[in-house]
Design a binder for this molecule. Structure first.
Ligand SMILES: Cc1cc2nc3c(=O)[nH]c(=O)nc-3n(C[C@H](O)[C@H](O)[C@H](O)COP(=O)(O)OP(=O)(O)OC[C@H]3O[C@@H](n4cnc5c(N)ncnc54)[C@H](O)[C@@H]3O)c2cc1C
Length: 328
């Protein structure tokens, strides 16, 4: 059995996603434990191969570049078909991010290979012939340990759980032909509507400032945005209570029925901490909660708690972050 691992190098509109570097970093942990190589597979329109160097810098020994006009937009059928065909040449595992794209690809690859898919993992290690993985279950209330013995293993990793690590490898480019005609796919994505380009994606932001109903009204999200702007590398998230009320777009929702995130820092402002919200953020590295109710469940998962009025505390925090930034 080969010890090599294939990592999905996700790109969008010709740009490499942070999810690609996270997948390569996660793949590296398996390959290193079994003495194998990491091969990153990169799909896109002609020219996308220029990202091979970045993938090599983050641990890809080889970059398989699949350039075709049919991959200008996500083409899940043709991507999964090509990955499954390549996996047939002998790999220990396939790793992608559990991003919207990755969630579309991983089950298709697993179905084609007739193996199970282990999704949304936050850690794993190689133990003998098994990959032992950690998967948050029951909306994050429990951490399940999965012993994956099927080969190849098909794995998706939660965005933010494996931070991209610089780890220079050869990153040698090799052209890979699509397994079929990408233009013949039954699923055709004709356009990708760009969201707010100036806004950091929730899955990629190292810092997330989130607001809930405790902010009282939509206009008060300005305070959340100000704190995010002071950090400079922060995205704004929200609870479902808030997105359902139209205070924020649904794309900002974090939780069981929203985005699953694991940033370095998550600041919850006026958020009660319902299990459905915790399901999306409890694996964040450091959690800060601001709530005027000291019994609020969010404090049970918080590393730091501030009991008080978020509307008064947010401007103070924003000033403090600005000062800290200014003093280097
Ligand atoms: C099937 C299902 C799926 C769901 N999916 C999701 C999901 O994906 N994401 C999600 O978020 N929710 C989800 N929910 C909803 C979830 O159950 C909660 O209703 C929601 O998370 C509550 O949002 P909230 O914390 O903003 O509001 P609330 O629960 O109303 O909490 C507001 C908090 O603000 C505090 N507060 C009030 N004023 C202030 C102030 N001035 N300063 C500081 N604190 C203040 C209060 O003490 C309170 O703790 C789902 C529910 C169901 C049934």
């Amino acid at each position: 059995m080969s010890a090599n691992v294939l990592a999905f190098a996700e790109s969008r509109s010709g740009d490499l996603r942070r999810a690609a570097l996270e997948a390569v970093t996660a793949a590296r942990t398996i390959a290193d434990a079994s003495g194998g190589e990491v091969h990153a597979v990169l799909f896109g329109a002609p020219g996308v191969g220029k990202h091979a160097a970045a993938l090599g810098a983050h641990g890809a020994d080889k970059v398989l570049v699949v350039e075709h006009a049919g991959f200008t937009h996500n083409n899940p059928e043709a991507v999964a078909g090509t990955i499954a065909a390549r996996m047939g040449s002998g790999y220990r595992a396939f790793v992608c991010a559990a991003s919207a794209t990755g969630k579309d690809i991983a089950p298709r690859v697993a179905a084609k290979l007739k193996v199970p898919v282990a999704s949304d993992l936050i850690a794993f290690e190689v133990k003998g012939a098994a990959i032992v993985a950690t998967h948050p279950g029951y909306t994050g209330k429990v951490l399940q340990t999965l012993s994956l013995t099927a080969t190849p293993a098909v794995l998706s990793v939660r965005p933010g759980a494996f931070l991209p690590k610089e780890n220079a490898k050869a990153g040698a480019s090799e052209a890979l032909a699509p397994a079929g005609d990408p233009a013949a796919s039954r699923v055709k994505v004709t356009e990708t509507a760009a969201g707010n380009a100036a806004k950091l994606d929730l899955g990629e932001a190292p810092v997330i400032i989130s607001g809930g109903r405790g902010l009282k009204e939509a206009g008060n999200f300005k305070l959340v945005e100000d704190l995010a702007a002071a950090f400079g590398n922060a995205a704004v998230g929200a609870t479902r209570a808030v997105t359902d009320d139209g205070w924020r777009p649904h794309a900002d929702q974090i939780g069981q029925t929203g985005r699953l995130v694991s940033p370095d820092l998550y600041v919850a402002c006026g958020i009660s901490g319902a299990i459905q919200h915790l399901a999306g953020m409890r694996t964040s590295k450091t959690i800060v909660a601001i709530n005027k109710d000291k019994e609020a469940p969010i404090f049970k998962v918080a590393d730091y708690g501030i009991v008080g009025d978020a509307l008064e505390i947010l401007p103070v925090l924003t000033e403090a972050v600005k000062k800290a930034k200014a003093s280097g």
